[in-house]
Design a protein around this ligand. Sequence first.
Ligand SMILES: [Fe+2]
Length: 146
Amino acid sequence: MDHHVVALELEPLLVELSDLALSAKQAHWNVTGPLFRPLHAQLDELADDARTWCDDVAERLVAIGIPADGRVGTVQANTPFDTWPDGFLGDSKVVPLIVARLEELIDRTRQRAVRLAVNEIVSEAMLVEIAKGLERHRWMFRVQQG
Ligand SMILES: [Fe+2]
């Protein structure tokens, strides 16, 4: 196993999941509208899961001898996602925004898992579990679009 090749997959994922955790909390606080209550609760679950996955990814990096970098500046400089909108945000805007982010993150995570499967099955297995959790959240947000 080439640890640097693994780091090339796990470091960006740590950034993406850190952004997701922060965006989900931002949405949790500022969502408005008829779906406030279920979205408020569900966004908190997403934020909690994202933080847990950050920890999994960061500690996997360290376990293979690579320092984890979850600093705010690193996340801001490297995230592929647009800045989450400021201020209050209606539920009809929050749901498609979150679904789009989850779609992109699922796609990236699946691709990373496939690349890791070649020679790093432990990290691959972790990413499969993360993708599974992301897809569960995608389902629960997507069905609220009707
Ligand atoms: Fe809260």
